[in-house]
Design a protein around this ligand. Structure first.
Ligand SMILES: NC(=O)c1ccc[n+]([C@@H]2O[C@H](COP(=O)([O-])OP(=O)(O)OC[C@H]3O[C@@H](n4cnc5c(N)ncnc54)[C@H](O)[C@@H]3O)[C@@H](O)[C@H]2O)c1
Length: 367
C-alpha cells in the first residue's frame, strides 16, 4: 500500500487527533517526522504515536523524504512556514486560518500554483458524514432550488474555560475569525462561492474578565469586534444571514439552516463531523431526521490532508483547498470591511465548490 510521507510542524493541543487519525485511520498517510520549537512536545508525540524522526523545523522543511508538510503551529506562524515549505518543493496542509490576511493567503495560493504544488487548509468538517449528507440532499434536489440560508454561532466568549483566552480578543481573534471558517466553509461547500458581503460589527464590552484558571480575575482589553452580523449573497443566487458573537449569553438559534423552493434542511454543527441532519419538505408535517449517508461521523480531523495525500498518489484536486480557505478568509474580512466603510464588500476571490465524496467508500480512503 502506497503511503505519503507527512512531516508535522507544531505538536500542541490540536496535534493529537491528527497523529491519531493519520497513523491509524487513513490508509495512505504515514507520519514520517515531527517538529516543534518546544522539542519535548515533538519527542512526546513521536513516542506516543511511533513516529520515526524528531527533527528541527528547518531539517523537516529541507528533508527530501517529506512529501507533505502539515503545519499545526499557531496562526501567526502559518504564512511563513507554509511559504518555506512550498519554496522547498513540498505540498502543504495547514490548520485554519490559512494566514492572518486574505492577501497573505493569496500569496500562498499563487506560490503553490507557480510551483505546481498542492496547498490545503482546515477545516475539513465539511467532508464529515453530516455535511456530506446535507450536500447530497441539496445536489439531488431534495430541497429544490436553494433560496436562502441562516448561520448562527453565538456564545459569551471563551474566558470562562480557556486557560489563556486573551488572543480571542486581539487582532486575528473575534468570533468571525475564530468560528467563521467552520460555518463559511460549510456554506460554500453547500451553496458555492460568495459574491457580496454586507456586515455590521460592534464591540459590546470593552473589557472582559477571565473566570478560568490560572488567570482568574485578570482583565482583557477587547481590541476587535465581538458581535459580527451580516448578509451574504452567493454567486448562485441564495442570500444568507449570519451572526457570530461572543456577546450573547444564551439563545435558541439553530446553527445552519438552508431554505429551498421545496423544503428546509437543518444542518448539523459545522464544528463537528456527524449529525443530526433534519429535513422537512414543503407542506410536510414535521422535520424528520435523515440517516447519515457517508462515513466519518466521529472526530475525523485529518480528512483534508488524507484527501490531499491521495491526490499526490493518483492526481486530482484536494477538496479542502487553499483557494477555498482563501475565499473564506476574504469573506470573514469582508464582514469587517463592510462594517467599517458602511458599504457592501464585493469579493475578489472565488473558488470551485469542492467535489463531494462518493458514497460507499472503504473506511480510510477518500477517492
Ligand atoms: N486546539 C484546538 O481545539 C483547535 C481547534 C481547531 C483549530 N485549531 C488550530 O490549530 C492550530 C494550532 O492550535 P493549538 O491549539 O494546537 O495551538 P498550541 O499552541 O497548543 O500548539 C501549537 C504548537 O506549535 C508550536 N509552534 C508554534 N510556532 C512554531 C514554529 N514557528 N516552529 C515550530 N513549532 C512552532 C508551539 O510550540 C506549540 O507546541 C491553530 O491554528 C488553531 O487555530 C486548534
Amino acid at each position: 500500500m502506497n503511503k505519503i510521507r507527512i512531516g508535522v510542524i507544531g505538536c500542541g493541543n490540536i496535534s493529537g487527533i491528527y497523529f491519531e487519525n493519520l497513523t491509524k485511520l487513513f490508509l495512505h498517510t504515514e507520519v514520517y517526522a515531527c517538529a516543534d520549537r518546544n522539542r519535548e512536545r515533538a519527542e512526546a508525540a513521536a513516542q506516543a504515536y511511533g513516529i520515526p524522526n524528531v527533527w528541527s523545523t528547518e531539517e523537516l522543511l529541507g528533508s527530501e523524504e517529506i512529501q507533505i508538510v502539515l503545519n499545526l503551529t499557531t496562526p501567526e506562524g502559518h504564512f511563513e512556514i507554509c511559504r518555506q515549505a512550498l519554496l522547498q518543493g513540498k505540498h502543504v496542509y495547514v490548520e485554519k486560518p490559512l494566514s492572518l490576511t486574505p492577501q497573505e493567503g493569496r500569496k500562498l495560493v499563487e506560490l503553490a500554483r507557480e510551483r505546481g504544488l498542492m496547498l490545503g487548509c482546515a477545516p475539513d468538517t465539511f467532508l464529515g458524514a453530516g455535511l456530506q449528507t446535507c450536500r447530497k440532499l441539496i445536489d439531488d434536489g431534495f430541497i429544490g432550488e436553494p433560496v436562502a440560508a441562516t448561520a448562527f454561532m453565538v456564545c459569551h466568549g471563551h474566558e470562562s474555560w480557556h486557560p489563556a483566552p486573551a488572543f480571542y480578543y486581539q487582532k486575528g481573534g473575534g468570533p468571525m475569525f475564530d468560528m467563521g471558517p467552520y460555518y463559511l466553509t460549510a456554506l460554500v461547500s453547500l451553496l458555492g462561492p460568495v459574491r457580496t458581503v454586507c456586515g455590521m460589527a460592534r464591540t459590546s464590552f470593552a473589557e472582559r474578565t477571565i473566570t478560568s484558571e490560572p488567570k482568574f480575575g485578570e482583565r482583557i482589553q477587547v481590541e476587535v469586534p465581538t458581535h459580527v452580523a451580516g448578509t451574504l449573497e452567493f454567486a448562485s443566487g441564495p442570500i444568507a444571514t449570519m451572526i457570530t458573537s461572543f456577546d450573547v449569553w444564551d439563545s435558541t438559534l439553530p446553527r445552519i439552516e438552508i431554505y429551498g423552493s421545496r423544503g428546509t434542511l437543518i444542518v448539523p454543527d459545522p464544528n463537528t463531523f456527524g449529525g443530526p441532519v433534519l429535513f422537512k419538505p414543503a407542506g410536510g408535517a414535521e422535520f424528520k431526521e435523515i440517516p447519515l449517508l457517508f462515513g466519518y461521523s466521529d472526530n475525523s480531523r485529518g480528512l483534508g490532508i488524507a484527501d490531499m495525500a491521495e491526490c499526490v498518489l493518483r492526481g486530482g484536486k484536494p477538496r479542502a483547498s487553499g483557494e477555498l480557505a482563501d475565499h473564506v478568509l476574504e469573506i470573514m474580512q469582508a464582514f469587517h470591511t463592510s462594517s467599517d466603510t458602511k458599504r457592501y464588500a464585493e469579493l475578489e476571490t472565488s473558488c470551485e465548490r469542492p467535489e463531494p465524496l462518493a458514497m460507499g467508500l472503504m473506511r480510510g480512503v477518500l477517492r
